[in-house]
Design a protein around this ligand. Structure first.
Ligand SMILES: Cc1cc2nc3c(=O)[nH]c(=O)nc-3n(C[C@H](O)[C@H](O)[C@H](O)COP(=O)(O)OP(=O)(O)OC[C@H]3O[C@@H](n4cnc5c(N)ncnc54)[C@H](O)[C@@H]3O)c2cc1C
Length: 536
């Protein structure tokens, strides 16, 4: 059987099965949308295989393709390039549906309650865009699909302060990063700044201006931060001249307009080289040496998560870009089960949550935050040096006035967890403890206790349960597990195997002091430049 006829057969099987097991015509239509256009065939031999299409994977694919190398990308999620029956590719945050969650039958919204009442609801099980992956002590939110986290995230594109860089990536030259790779990453990602005159008056950023007023009255530094959302588009949304996305509260489950996700930046450029192919709904489960190449086992998924086919391909070089959790889980399993026994003892170690904690504050009735709130944050409160916290002034786009200020804090939480293989369940566990979040809460409180005391306000207790103040059960920013210069050399080459690389958030040891994707992208730019110059 030729590769082409095999993949056609498999695709036929995918859509037929989805029609049978799906819960209706919406699912069936969407199953077709998730089909891989030119999926890799069983028995293929490729020069380079990249696992995952997030920031690290997209940088690797583009730069390798520009250097003349053919690249096969393998992505477990969907393509997200075809509208559903409502004419939109992505579901709205206010009405999650089958597209919203990765293989869940009920939503797992980060803000689980409103006025104390649970707001989660049943949905059909589907290979949706946001994975709420549960470990025993923490829920890790991640994007699934072509573009990885860039599909679901808030787009905050923050370069850390240079004075903090030594603690973020101690073995990397700050001169090189700030002179070359951060600027390169920001340019390629399409980072832009909000027009401050517009920001000062527009209704959809009233919540951010209230955030500024409260921060400054308590003496904290307030800073506007860049974003990858097209700020000119948002202006037009606000003026009512184009279809709304951010101003309609779209976030978490994708933005239908305006956001420059990786599909529109790195991946568009990579595809334009003609050297990059992406196989969607394909999940890598094993990588093991095979002569001078590697044998890679890939499961092709149906949109209900079941396995349609298992393929084995050969790759001369493999880049692990499955995200901090995805790469760490794979490599931890492959070392423990003997597929890659020569990986070193650092695999799985040094994982952190970027200190994420969430909290809401209840404002006075004379301090409304606005019924129209854009989902795209542009502001932060910086108390890193004194209190170990950088707080994003986040939206609460409910469509009604809530008198709430909401924040996602990044803190200097020092706790680090480890992944380990559990042979009795055949899964990878993470030993993060719920109580470890207290360090982050204490740092965030250096900002919000003070603001509450200045303003005479209190914390909201209705957003994460009944009478629960802190969103301390989750992270949006998983980092580490395959730490640079420990599990790999100083450029991401995995110890023990030539031709295997890690090139994503797994390299960053647990904290970036700000939102992480600009650092992940810049580090990938630095590492791939060296790898292309010396290994190819
Ligand atoms: C809700 C939310 C909001 C966020 N907001 C911001 C923000 O405003 N600013 C910021 O800087 N960061 C933000 N982040 C974090 C940011 O998105 C991540 O740090 C970033 O995406 C990580 O990049 P990465 O390259 O390491 O991996 P990812 O972007 O996670 O990409 C990994 C890809 O690999 C795929 N994959 C995993 N395992 C396999 C496998 N076995 N086989 C095949 N494919 C696989 C995944 O489906 C995914 O597409 C946010 C994250 C979330 C969830």
């Amino acid at each position: 059987m030729t590769k082409t006829s095999l993949s056609h057969n498999v695709l036929g099987q995918v859509s037929r099965r989805s029609f049978i097991v799906g819960t209706g015509s919406i699912i069936a239509t969407a199953a077709l949308a998730g089909r891989a256009a030119a999926a890799i065939g069983d028995g293929a031999h490729v020069p380079v295989l990249v696992i995952g299409t997030g920031y690290g994977g997209s940088v690797a694919a583009l730069r390798l393709a520009q250097a003349g190398v053919n690249v096969q990308m393998v992505e477990m999620g969907m393509a997200w390039d075809t509208p559903g029956t409502d004419g939109k590719i992505f579901a709205n945050t206010k009405s999650p549906d089958y597209r919203s969650y990765w293989l869940r039958t009920r939503t797992k919204q980060p803000i689980s309650n409103f006025l104390g009442f649970p707001i989660d609801k049943d949905i059909p099980k589907y290979t949706g865009i946001l994975d709420a992956e549960e470990f025993s002590g923490i829920m890790v939110y991640q994007g699934r699909g072509v573009g990885g986290g860039s599909l679901v995230n808030g787009g905050m594109a923050v370069t850390p302060k240079r004075e903090n860089f030594g603690a973020i990536l101690p073995s990397v030259s700050a001169d090189e990063m700030y002179g070359t790779y951060y600027p390169r990453a920001n340019t390629e990602l399409g980072v832009n700044n909000v027009d401050t005159a517009w920001w000062e008056t527009v209704d959809c950023y009233q919540y951010a201006r209230v955030g500024r007023k409260h921060a400054q009255r308590s003496g904290f530094a307030f800073t506007l931060v860049p974003n990858v959302y097209d700020m000119n588009y948002m202006k037009q949304e606000s003026a009512g001249t184009v279809p709304k996305s951010a101003v309609d509260g779209e976030i978490l489950y994708g933005n239908n307009y305006g956001k420059k996700s990786l599909q529109k930046t790195y991946l568009a450029k990579a595809k334009a080289t003609g050297r990059v192919t992406i196989s969607t709904l394909h999940r890598v489960t094993s990588v093991t040496p095979a002569g001078s190449s590697y044998s890679v086992v890939i499961e092709q998924l149906n949109t209900d998560g079941s396995v349609a086919a298992t393929k084995t391909v050969l790759a001369d070089k493999v880049f692990f870009a499955a995200g901090s959790v995805g790469t760490s889980k794979l490599l931890t399993k492959l070392k423990a089960t003997g597929a890659l026994p020569n990986l070193n003892g650092e695999i799985g170690k040094g994982w952190g949550d970027n200190g994420n904690v969430m909290v809401g504050r209840a404002n006075h009735i004379w301090d409304p935050t606005g019924s129209v709130q854009t989902s795209i944050p542009t502001a932060g409160i910086d108390n890193w040096a004194a209190g170990g916290a950088f707080a994003e002034v986040a939206p609460l786009p409910t469509g009604i006035e809530t008198w709430a200020s909401f924040y996602l804090s990044i803190t200097k939480n020092p706790n680090r967890a480890q992944f380990s293989w559990n042979p009795s369940t055949n899964t990878v566990d993470l030993n993060w403890q719920t109580a470890w979040k207290q360090a982050g809460i204490d740092m965030a409180k250096t900002i919000f206790d003070k603001i509450n005391s200045t303003e005479g306000t209190i914390y909201r207790t209705d957003l994460f349960g009944a009478y629960k103040t802190w969103g301390d059960h989750l992270t949006y920013h998983p980092l580490g597990g395959v730490v640079l210069n420990k599990a790999t050399d100083n450029y991401g080459r995995l110890a023990g195997y030539s031709g295997l690389y890690a090139i994503d958030g797994s390299l960053v040891p647990g904290n970036t002091s700000v939102n992480p994707f600009v650092t992940i992208t810049a580090l990938a730019e630095r590492n791939i430049e060296k790898i292309i110059a010396t290994d190819l």
